[in-house]
Each structure stands twice: as structure tokens, then as C-alpha cells.
Design a protein around this ligand. Structure first.
Ligand code: DQA
Length: 147
């Protein structure tokens, strides 16, 4: 059983299962499995354990945030995909749990369409990293190691 204080959930929302083939000019060629491997390597050097999950369903992400809260894990790294821009329920879930959440985006939503400029996650996140591709997840893990 993993010590919860060294555990980091890496939660990914809608369409991120398509990474690698989805709009590669925007999101790059790495798959979510590639990102998981990068994070596992980095976690090993940091003495952390990652649990990477993806769902296309808002409720799953909410349930996983609640689970993170009840286990009092180190941190959650969250790329909520398009739910970032729409989900007050995710905003409330983050607010409701005693776990720091780092918001990550592969692209820089502020440099894209106007509908991506609003984030319901940012006001309740410990930090936001956007526009650095998969490196953003690795940097978020480095940050989580300091929490
Ligand atoms: C994204 C940015 C969102 O606007 C978009 O809906 C995604 C991916 C990113 O990682 O850049 O699905 O979160």
C-alpha cells in the first residue's frame, strides 16, 4: 500500500486519451502513455508515486478528486481538458478537498480561441502551468515534491 503522503494523482479529462493523434500541431505527438512513462521516471527520482487516470466523464474526475481528498494525498495534477472552461462542479470539488491541485495544460489556452480563456480551475488551483507540452506535467510533479 502506497504511503498517501508520497502519492500524486494525475487526472486527465475529456479527449486526452486521444493524445498522439489528436491535433498534433496543437498537442504534439506524445501519447498519454508516453507522458505517464516520463512522470514515472521523474517520480522515482523524487521519491513520489503517481497514479495517472483519464476519463471523458466529468463525474469520474469529481469522484477522483473526492477520493484524493479522503486519502489526503500529496497533490493532484489536473488537466481537465475542455471541462476547464465549463465546469463549476470541478471548481467546487477542488474547493471542497484538502489537497493542492496543480492545473496543467499542454497548449496555452490564452493564446487560443476566446472560449478557452476562462478557467474555472485556475481560481481554486495552487498553480497553473500551460503551454509547455508534456514538460508541464513534469514541472508540476517537481512542484508537488515541494508541498
Ligand atoms: C487542454 C486545453 C483545453 O482548452 C482543451 O479543451 C483540451 C486540452 C490542454 O491540455 O492544452 O482538451 O486542456
Amino acid at each position: 500500500m502506497t504511503d498517501a503522503s508520497t502519492l500524486v494523482y494525475v487526472l486527465n479529462g475529456p479527449n486526452l486519451n486521444l493524445l498522439g493523434t489528436r491535433e498534433p500541431e496543437v498537442y504534439g505527438h506524445d501519447t498519454l502513455d508516453d507522458i505517464a512513462m516520463m512522470l514515472e521516471d521523474r517520480a522515482a527520482t523524487l521519491g513520489l508515486t503517481i497514479d495517472l487516470r483519464q476519463s471523458n466523464h466529468e463525474g469520474h474526475l469529481i469522484d477522483w478528486l473526492h477520493e484524493a481528498g479522503s486519502r489526503e494525498i500529496r497533490a493532484v495534477i489536473l488537466n481537465a481538458g475542455a471541462l476547464t472552461h465549463t465546469s463549476i462542479a470541478l471548481h467546487d470539488a477542488i474547493k471542497g478537498v484538502p489537497v493542492p491541485v496543480i492545473e496543467v495544460h499542454l497548449s496555452n489556452p490564452h493564446a487560443r480561441e476566446e472560449f478557452r480563456h476562462k478557467s474555472w480551475i485556475a481560481p481554486v488551483a495552487r498553480a497553473t502551468i500551460a503551454g509547455l507540452g508534456p514538460l508541464g506535467y513534469v514541472l508540476a510533479l517537481d512542484a508537488a515534491a515541494t508541498f
